[in-house]
Design a protein around this ligand. Structure first.
Ligand SMILES: *[C@@H]1O[C@H](CO)[C@@H](O)[C@H](O)[C@H]1NC(C)=O
Ligand SMILES: *[C@@H]1O[C@H](CO)[C@@H](O)[C@H](O)[C@H]1NC(C)=O
Ligand SMILES: *[C@@H]1O[C@H](CO)[C@@H](O)[C@H](O)[C@H]1NC(C)=O
Length: 360
C-alpha cells in the first residue's frame, strides 16, 4: 500500500502551486512613495522571481493613457517575468493625462513637477527592492516619449538609458503653455523649432546645469506618417543627443528591425540610434527586444524580431465594451484594442494608425 512518503511529493507540489498562485505578480498601486503631487500616482510590477539587485524600467503612458493601459500595451511585463527586472508605471491625471513636458520645473534637475515625481518613484524602488542604481531606464510612447528625454536630460545621474516611441527632444515644449495635443503652440510637435544640433544640445544640458558626468544612452523611434508628432522630431532628437554625447552619424541599416524601418546609427550604435518607420503614424509599435537589447538586458541574440503591441490582455473591467464612451484624446480603436470604441460628444474616433485610433 502507499507509504506516507508517497504522499509527500504531491502534497509539496500542491503547496507550491498554491503559493505561486497566491503570490502571482500583478500591477500594484504604491501609495507611500513619498510624493506630494496628488496628480501623479505610482504603480509597480515586481515579478515573482525578481533578480538580486534588479534593473528598474520606468514605462510612461501616452496622453489620455493610464498605468493600467500601458501595462497591457507592451510585452515588457512578460520580459520582467523571465529576466527579473522591475517595472514602474507612473500615471498622471493632469492635463488630459498628459505629462508635464513644458514647465521649467519639470525641465530642471530637482525643479519639481512630473519629472521629479518619477525620480522619487525610482528612488523608492531602488531602496525597497535593493535595485541596481546603474541599471535604471525609462521608456515611453507619445507623451511618455516626451517625458523620457526630459528624464535623460534633467536626471542623467539617475538613468542609464531611454527609449522613446513617437516623442520629441528634451526641452522642446519649454515655451509652450502645455504639452498636450490641444496646446495652442504646436511648433514642437510639428518639428518647427528648426534648431541646430548645438542649440538642441544646449537645451538638454541646461536641464542640469553643471552636470559633467556621462549621459544616458538613447533610442528614438518615429513614424514618417505621424500627423500629431512630426517625423522631423527624429532628426531633432538625434541632433540633440548626438551633440550631448559627442557622437556623429555613422550609417543607416535599411529594413531593420523589420521591412520599412531604417535604423540610423550614431557612433558605434551602442549609445545612440534612431528608427524611421516608413508609413507608420502615431504612435510607433513598441519593439521590446530591440529596446531590451539596447539596454543590455538581453543577450543580444534576439534582434530582428518585431513585437507588435499585444493590446489589453484582459477584456474585463468597467471600461471595456461597446456601451461605454471614451473621452477626448483617449484610445478608441486599433489592433488588439478592446476598450470603448465610441467617443464622448463632440469627438469622433479617428484612425491614427493600425494600432491606434483616438478620440479627436
Ligand atoms: C524659448 O524661448 C527662448 C527665448 O526666446 C529661446 O531662447 C528658446 O530657444 C526657446 N526654446 C524653445 C524650445 O523654443
Ligand atoms: C521652421 O521652418 C519651417 C519650414 O521652413 C517654417 O514653416 C517654420 O515657421 C520655421 N519655424 C521657426 C520657429 O522659424
Ligand atoms: C538615413 O535614413 C534616414 C531615414 O530614412 C534618411 O532620412 C537619411 O537621409 C539617411 N541617411 C543616409 C546618409 O542615407
Amino acid at each position: 500500500m502507499g507509504s506516507k512518503s508517497g504522499f509527500a511529493k504531491p502534497a509539496g507540489i500542491a503547496m507550491l502551486a498554491m503559493s505561486s498562485l497566491a503570490f502571482a505578480a500583478s500591477l500594484t498601486q504604491v501609495s507611500n512613495w513619498g510624493n506630494t503631487d496628488t496628480g501623479v500616482s505610482m504603480y509597480i510590477y515586481v515579478p515573482d522571481r525578481v533578480a538580486t539587485n534588479p534593473p528598474v524600467i520606468v514605462a510612461i503612458h501616452p496622453c489620455g493613457g493610464s498605468a493600467k493601459e500601458y501595462f497591457t500595451l507592451t510585452r515588457l511585463p512578460s520580459y520582467a517575468d523571465s529576466l527579473g527586472f522591475i517595472l514602474i508605471y507612473p500615471q498622471t491625471t493632469k492635463d488630459s493625462n498628459c505629462w508635464d513636458c513644458y514647465s521649467s520645473a519639470s525641465n530642471t534637475h530637482n525643479g519639481g513637477s512630473d519629472s521629479k515625481a518619477i525620480v522619487a518613484m525610482v528612488t523608492y524602488t531602488l531602496s525597497k527592492y535593493n535595485g541596481d542604481a546603474s541599471k535604471v531606464f525609462s521608456v515611453g510612447s507619445s507623451s511618455g516619449a516626451m517625458m523620457t528625454p526630459i528624464l535623460m536630460a534633467a536626471y542623467p545621474d539617475v538613468f542609464a538609458g531611454g527609449a522613446g516611441f513617437s516623442g520629441v527632444p528634451a526641452g522642446c515644449f519649454e515655451n509652450a503653455t502645455s504639452s498636450t495635443p490641444s496646446s495652442p503652440d504646436q511648433s514642437c510637435a510639428r518639428a518647427q523649432k528648426n534648431f541646430t544640433a548645438q542649440q538642441w544640445g544646449d537645451i538638454a544640458r541646461a536641464e542640469y546645469a553643471g552636470y559633467t558626468g556621462q549621459y544616458p544612452k538613447m533610442q528614438v523611434w518615429e513614424g514618417t506618417a505621424d500627423t500629431l508628432v512630426y517625423i522631423g522630431n527624429l532628426q531633432a532628437q538625434l541632433d540633440q543627443w548626438g551633440n550631448v554625447m559627442g557622437l556623429s552619424f555613422s550609417h543607416n541599416e535599411t529594413n531593420t528591425p523589420q521591412s520599412g524601418y531604417t535604423k540610423i546609427v550614431y557612433g558605434d550604435g551602442t549609445r545612440l540610434v534612431g528608427y524611421s518607420a516608413a508609413g507608420v503614424g502615431h504612435f510607433v509599435p513598441f519593439h521590446e527586444t530591440d529596446v531590451l537589447n539596447f539596454f543590455d538586458l538581453l543577450d543580444g541574440t534576439s534582434t530582428g524580431t518585431s513585437t507588435q503591441p499585444s493590446g489589453p490582455a484582459s477584456t474585463s473591467g468597467a471600461s471595456g465594451g461597446p456601451s461605454c464612451t471614451a473621452a477626448h484624446w483617449v484610445q478608441c480603436g486599433g489592433i488588439g484594442y478592446s476598450g470603448c470604441t465610441v467617443c464622448a460628444s463632440p469627438y469622433s474616433c479617428q484612425v491614427l494608425n493600425n494600432y491606434y485610433s483616438q478620440c479627436l
